[in-house]
Ligand binder design. Structure first.
Ligand code: 0O2
Length: 239
């Protein structure tokens, strides 16, 4: 069927739908490819799992220690919760494809920063920065990249402080540096991000334009509420 009788808007919508269908087909092909099967097997190799788990556990330990120190210092709760994960093979494959890289575990290790990831959710914004500083001062791990999406939120309103750290993993004579992404944010930022995950983030095959606009507007409320909560805390007590 030609475009006769269709409005410009209808034609544009069909073009976009066709583009999305092609993208989705490419994603499915990538996920089912032989290279993807190899990547899945490599991710499950005992030494790869061990190195990712080592980096996660080391950071988990450090964050818990920092939490204990800060709770003593301020006599209040500082970190609300800590979550960690090793990225799933499908998510690694999709990310490699999105970024235009070859699908292989070696490429993923080199190019992606978040195969191992840990997230600490704090009550207040100033805690986020204090924890980040304390982590950066640790001599056995190294900061290789910092992304401050709190000072400069992403276009869609996402806020979080990301530290990409390098953890040395000694095995015999060799030392391998394992990357891990540490996400630090407030509980209010976290709620927004979780809702974004449910509704819009990486939902490129759904029509989420209006929801994205609304979520972006709500992210302003997140900024406001975090500021007010901090002021309130300071009013109540010198914490
Ligand atoms: P998942 O499924 O959560 O793991 P790089 O330039 O390579 O350092 P990268 O990883 O391409 O950076 O991008 P970025 O922006 O630093 O994002 C890293 C992670 O932050 C994402 O991982 C998400 O977990 C989270 N994130 C980033 N942007 C958003 C957003 O807009 N909304 C939400 N809810 N989370 C976000 P993945 O692999 O994309 O996703």
């Amino acid at each position: 069927m030609g475009n006769k009788g269709k409005t410009k808007k209808m034609v544009r919508f069909e073009v976009l739908e066709n583009k999305d269908a092609t993208k989705e087909k490419n994603v499915q092909e990538a996920l089912n490819s032989k290279r993807a099967q190899k990547l899945k097997a490599d991710l499950l190799e005992a030494d790869n799992i061990l190195r990712n788990e080592y980096a996660i556990n080391l950071l988990l330990f450090k964050l818990k220690m920092i939490n204990i120190e800060l709770e003593k210092k301020y006599t209040r709760a500082v970190i609300r919760n800590i979550d960690s994960r090793i990225k799933s093979a499908d998510s690694i494959i999709k990310k490699l494809q999105r970024k235009g890289y070859d699908i292989s575990y070696a490429v993923a290790e080199e190019k992606l920063n978040d195969i191992a990831g840990i997230r600490a959710v704090c009550f207040f914004v100033d805690d986020v920065y204090e924890i980040a500083e304390l982590l950066k001062r640790q001599k056995d791990i190294k900061l290789i990249k910092e992304k401050d999406y709190i000072k400069e939120p992403k276009k869609n309103g996402y806020q979080s402080l990301h530290l990409i750290m390098q953890v040395p993993f000694f095995a015999g004579e060799t030392c391998i540096y394992q990357k891990i992404e540490v996400q630090l944010r407030t509980a209010i930022m976290d709620s927004w991000a979780e809702l974004d995950n449910q509704l819009c983030y990486k939902k490129e095959f759904l029509n989420t334009e209006n929801a994205e606009e609304e979520l972006k507007a709500y992210s302003q409320l997140v900024v406001k509420m975090d500021k007010q909560m901090l002021q309130l805390r300071k009013q109540i007590k010198k914490l």
